[in-house]
Design a protein around this ligand. Structure first.
Ligand SMILES: *[C@@H]1O[C@H](CO)[C@@H](O)[C@H](O)[C@H]1NC(C)=O
Ligand SMILES: *[C@@H]1O[C@H](CO)[C@@H](O)[C@H](O)[C@H]1NC(C)=O
Ligand SMILES: *[C@@H]1O[C@H](CO)[C@@H](O)[C@H](O)[C@H]1NC(C)=O
Ligand SMILES: *[C@@H]1O[C@H](CO)[C@@H](O)[C@H](O)[C@H]1NC(C)=O
Ligand SMILES: *[C@@H]1O[C@H](CO)[C@@H](O)[C@H](O)[C@H]1NC(C)=O
Ligand SMILES: *[C@@H]1O[C@H](CO)[C@@H](O)[C@H](O)[C@H]1NC(C)=O
Ligand SMILES: *[C@@H]1O[C@H](CO)[C@@H](O)[C@H](O)[C@H]1NC(C)=O
Ligand SMILES: *[C@@H]1O[C@H](CO)[C@@H](O)[C@H](O)[C@H]1NC(C)=O
Length: 473
């Protein structure tokens, strides 16, 4: 009974051992769609040494696509790979133990467009420009087609300034989850030499600043992720790419407030995400004013965010571009009715806050139609006052709320027409009382002065001149 099972296990072990040695043919699954599409799945096979490619790979046509994945093996050394035909080659070494990459590792695969080296043990020293050298022709090394390079989850502190010398088409660079800490001069030179970069991920790299000229030359940068770092303000250096940047992600940084300096120059950003910033307490006047193209705003999971200034979108209301605003899971209780033109939104998220259901909120939700913008399963409810606690805010009507005629009543500005006769009376009375108090105070001071004069003026104070007094000599 036990023999077949043991035998099977032994065979599996033997064959996987064979794969681990320098197996001439890959122990990988090949799926061939046709001559223009081949996938070689070498995932989870305890591979320690890169095997040779199977024969079928040579049948791929000139414009074919090839994907080779070594996900989750034990490769430590990326040695020079054998040629792969086709036009777009993608290779993944994700989740191995790579500590070394040979010079010219990819020179036989100049059409390598996608390379995933994430979750390895690669240090900055390993990343030399020579590893990306293309074919050696006419006495020079050619370039390779690389467009996407994932270096996330490694041990990179710094980049070689010539790292991208042979990869002029690099478009997406992921450096997330590396102990960079400081973007030093050479790293900056490396990054800014990748002039075709559109996507840059610097999340969780322990940085707290970005030098002002870091992004000079990145004239195509569209998307940047700066989450999970130590920034106390949104870095000013972003304004250098303000004319191209479209997506900014800025989660989990120790910012305490956002203000009119935070997003200066970012006039083309269409989607902004500012979430999980535990210290963020206030969004101030004019914060979003520079974001003249913003369509989607995620301002969620900032658990101490209590105030959003009613002027946060100052200057944007006339040319309103925002379609989706998510304010879920903050610590908000009130919003101003004139914060934004609520009716112009397509989607609004407000769940997970402690809403005080007052006339302002009723105005926003009912009168200005914000209540129609919630997703059907994401209707926020009231936390206060007690008698409304737990009610959906779309359910609330408050009888005594003043009827507002205009959609945007200028709140917190004061005009004379707001004064009712009762107010005027009280004001006059208050002024009279202040005047009377002043007069009494004046009389009192005079009386005291008189007393002082008669009592003490006869004894003038003597100033001792230290220099002339002999007792100090
Ligand atoms: C190649 O085939 C796979 C299915 O085997 C498919 O998922 C993939 O989209 C195809 N790729 C191209 C570029 O045609
Ligand atoms: C690749 O092979 C592994 C191991 O056999 C398997 O778990 C995985 O689902 C395969 N992946 C794909 C995309 O076929
Ligand atoms: C390559 O393609 C030819 C015909 O298109 C076929 O006869 C041959 O078996 C293929 N070779 C492999 C290794 O698949
Ligand atoms: C890789 O596979 C091992 C088992 O061989 C597993 O323990 C580990 O979690 C896997 N790693 C990843 C990133 O999936
Ligand atoms: C990696 O492999 C190459 C070629 O086999 C070898 O020359 C080099 O010493 C290896 N490096 C390491 C760190 O094992
Ligand atoms: C870079 O992209 C351009 C435009 O797609 C292409 O003409 C050029 O050959 C590419 N460079 C390399 C080294 O592949
Ligand atoms: C939200 O703010 C209140 C005070 O307004 C505070 O007591 C409470 O702890 C805050 N909630 C969180 C999750 O920080
Ligand atoms: C909302 O109002 C409807 C009736 O208008 C009621 O059936 C429902 O229970 C209310 N829901 C909440 C959560 O207050």
């Amino acid at each position: 009974m036990y023999f077949p099972a043991v035998l099977t296990i032994t065979i599996v072990l033997v064959s996987s051992n064979r794969a681990g040695a320098d197996a001439p043919s890959a122990p990988c699954d090949i799926s061939v769609e046709d001559t223009s599409n081949l996938t070689l799945n070498c995932s989870r096979r305890d591979i320690v040494k890169i095997p040779n490619w199977p024969e079928q790979i040579n049948n791929i046509s000139k414009d074919g696509h090839v994907l080779v994945t070594f996900f989750n093996n034990s490769i430590t050394n990326i040695t020079q790979l054998s040629p792969i035909p086709g036009n777009r080659i993608a290779i993944s070494f994700k989740s191995n133990r790579v500590i070394e990459i040979e010079d010219d590792a990819f020179r036989n695969i100049p059409r390598l467009v996608y390379l995933d080296l994430s979750n390895n043990k690669i240090s900055g020293q390993v990343l030399r420009s020579e590893i990306f050298q293309g074919p050696y022709e006419d006495g020079i090394y050619r370039e390779i087609a690389l467009e996407t390079l994932n270096l996330g989850y490694n041990e990179i502190h710094s980049l070689d300034r010539y790292l991208f010398k042979y990869t002029p088409n690099l478009t997406r660079l992921y450096l997330n989850n590396n102990p960079i800490e400081i973007l030093d001069h050479v790293s900056i030179l490396a990054i800014s030499s990748a002039t075709n970069l559109e996507v840059l991920d610097l999340s969780k790299t322990d940085i707290d600043s970005i030098p002002l000229d870091a992004f000079r030359g990145l004239v195509k940068l569209q998307q940047i992720d700066l989450s999970d770092n130590h920034f106390v303000t949104v870095p000013e250096s972003l304004s250098l790419v303000g004319s191209t940047l479209k997506y900014l992600t800025f989660n989990n940084n120790p910012v305490v407030e956002l203000n009119d300096d935070s997003f200066v120059g970012l006039s083309n950003v269409i989607e902004l995400e500012v979430g999980e910033n535990d210290y963020l307490d206030e969004v101030k006047r004019g914060t979003f004013t520079p974001l003249k193209s913003l369509k989607v705003l995620h301002l969620c999971h900032n658990r101490n965010l209590r105030y959003i200034s009613h002027n946060a979108f100052r200057g944007l209301k006339d040319k309103w571009t925002l379609k989706e605003v998510y304010l879920d899971d903050n610590n908000l209780s009130e919003l101003s009715p004139d914060l934004m033109p609520w009716s112009k939104l397509d989607v609004l998220g407000m769940t997970g806050n402690s809403w005080l259901c007052n006339c302002d909120l009723v105005n926003i939700v009912n009168k200005q139609g914000a209540g129609d913008k919630f997703k059907s399963d994401e209707v926020p409810y009231c936390a206060a006052p007690m008698r409304l606690s737990g009610e959906y805010i779309t359910n609330i009507t408050i009888n005594f709320c003043p009827m507002l005629d205009k959609t945007f009543s200028p709140r917190k500005t004061f005009s004379l027409s707001d004064l009712r006769p009762k107010h005027v009376l009280w004001t006059i009375l208050a002024v009279a009382m202040v005047a009377a108090f002043g007069m009494i105070l004046g009389l009192l001071v005079n009386a005291i002065k008189k007393v002082y004069k008669t009592r003490f003026q006869s004894q003038p104070i003597h100033y001792i001149n230290i220099n002339s007094d002999s007792s100090f000599a």
